[in-house]
Design a protein around this ligand. Structure first.
Ligand code: TPP
Length: 321
C-alpha cells in the first residue's frame, strides 16, 4: 500500500509524542511525583502508532500493563493522562486508576489492564456491540506473548471466530525465544506451533507475524485487518515482533547507538529523511511541539490536587456512602 507523506509524518509524530511523554513520566517517577511503578512502552511505539492511525474515537482498544503508548496513540488527553499517573483528582479517572487501569471511553480507550490478558475478553464486548449495531466499528485488543496462552485469550479467539466479530487481535511479541507452545520443544513438525500467529489457523481466521519495529509494516498489516473487520469478514490475529528498549532513558528522546537498530523512531526518521519527507527543521519543530505539550501536561499534573479521602467511596459501588 502506498502511504502518503502526511500519514508518514503523522506516524512519526505519534511515536515521538509517546517517547517524549514516557521520558517525562520516568522523571516524575524518579522524583516521587508519580507514586507507582509503570510498565513502559519504549521501543514498541511503532505498533501503537501504526494500529491507532486506522481507528476513530468510536472504535475501541483494550490495552495492557504497558498502556501509555496505546492510550496516547488513541488520543487520550495528555494532561488528564499525566495527572492520572500522579494520582490527582484532575486525572482522567480522578486519580483512582493509576498507571495500570487508566481508561478514557470518550476516545475509545477501554484502558490499561494490570491483569495480563484481562482486557481481551472485555474488548470483544465492544466488537459484539459494533456487530449488533451494524455500525462498521471495530475493536482492537493489544496483549503480549506472555498473555497469549491465557485461557481467556484463547476463548476470545474462538468466540470471535465463531461469531465473526470485528475484532483485531494485536500480540506484541517481545521474547520469541520463550514461547510456551506446543512444537517449541518437541519434534512433531505436523503439530508445530512456533509463532503466536500460527494459532490463527486453528480458529480458521487470518493471522501472520510482522516486524513491529517497522511502522509502515505495522500500518499496512493493520490497515488490511481493520478493513477486513469493518467489511464484516471477522477477526484477524496479528503478531508483531518488538524489542523493548530497556535501560535508563530518562529525559532523552534518543537511544544509545547499540539500541538504535531496534528503535522504531530512529529507523523511521532515517527512512523519511532519506525520502526527503523529514527535514532537520521539521524534525526539530515536531520534537519541540511535542516536548512543550508534554511539559504542559506535567505542569498541569503537578499543579493539581490529590483527591479528598471521601472520593475513595465515590464512583465505585452504586448506592455507596
Ligand atoms: C493474570 C496475571 N498473571 C501474572 C501477572 C504478573 N505479570 C505482570 S507482567 C507479566 C508478564 C507479561 O508478559 P507479556 O504479556 O508478554 O507482556 P510484556 O511484559 O512482555 O510486554 C506478568 C506475568 C499479572 N499481572 N496478571
Amino acid at each position: 500500500m502506498e502511504i502518503d507523506e502526511e500519514t508518514k509524518i503523522e506516524l512519526y509524530t505519534t511515536m515521538v509524542r509517546i517517547r517524549t511523554f514516557e521520558n517525562r513520566a520516568r522523571i516524575l517517577i524518579r522524583d516521587g511525583e508519580i507514586p507507582a511503578r509503570s510498565g513502559f512502552y519504549t521501543g514498541q511505539e511503532a505498533v501503537a502508532a501504526g494500529v491507532c492511525a486506522h481507528l476513530s474515537p468510536s472504535d475501541q482498544i483494550g490495552s495492557t500493563h504497558r498502556a501509555l503508548g496505546h492510550l496516547i496513540a488513541k488520543g487520550c488527553d495528555l494532561k488528564g493522562l499525566m495527572a492520572e499517573l500522579c494520582g490527582m483528582s484532575s486525572g482522567l479517572n480522578k486519580g483512582k486508576a493509576g498507571p495500570y487501569h487508566i481508561f478514557d471511553p470518550s476516545v475509545g480507550a477501554l484502558g490499561a489492564n494490570g491483569i495480563v490478558g484481562g482486557s481481551v475478553p472485555m474488548v470483544a464486548g465492544y466488537a459484539l456491540t459494533h456487530q449488533l449495531r451494524d455500525d462498521g466499528g471495530v475493536a482492537v485488543s493489544f496483549y503480549g506473548e506472555g498473555a497469549s496462552n491465557q485461557g481467556g485469550i484463547q476463548e476470545t479467539l474462538n468466540l470471535a471466530a465463531c461469531w465473526n466479530l470485528p475484532l483485531v487481535f494485536v500480540c506484541e511479541n517481545s521474547s520469541p525465544e520463550v514461547q510456551r507452545m506446543l512444537g517449541h520443544e518437541i519434534d512433531y513438525p505436523q503439530l508445530s506451533i512456533e509463532r503466536v500467529s500460527d494459532r490463527a489457523q486453528a480458529y480458521g481466521i487470518p493471522g501472520a507475524t510482522y516486524d513491529g519495529w517497522d511502522v509502515l509494516e505495522v500500518y499496512n498489516a493493520v490497515g488490511d485487518a481493520v478493513k477486513w473487520a469493518r467489511e464484516g469478514n471477522g477477526p484477524t490475529l496479528l503478531e508483531f515482533n518488538v524489542h523493548q528498549i530497556e535501560g535508563n532513558l530518562e529525559g532523552r528522546i534518543e537511544v544509545r547507538d547499540d539500541e538504535r537498530i531496534w528503535c522504531p523512531i530512529h529507523r523511521f526518521k532515517e527512512r523519511i529523511t532519506d525520502e526527503g519527507i523529514l527535514t532537520t527543521e521539521l524534525d526539530e519543530k515536531i520534537r519541540d511541539k511535542e516536548k512543550s505539550k508534554v511539559e504542559e501536561a506535567a505542569e498541569f499534573a503537578l499543579r493539581s490536587t490529590v483527591p479528598a479521602p471521601i472520593e475513595a467511596f465515590k464512583g465505585v459501588f452504586a448506592g455507596g456512602p
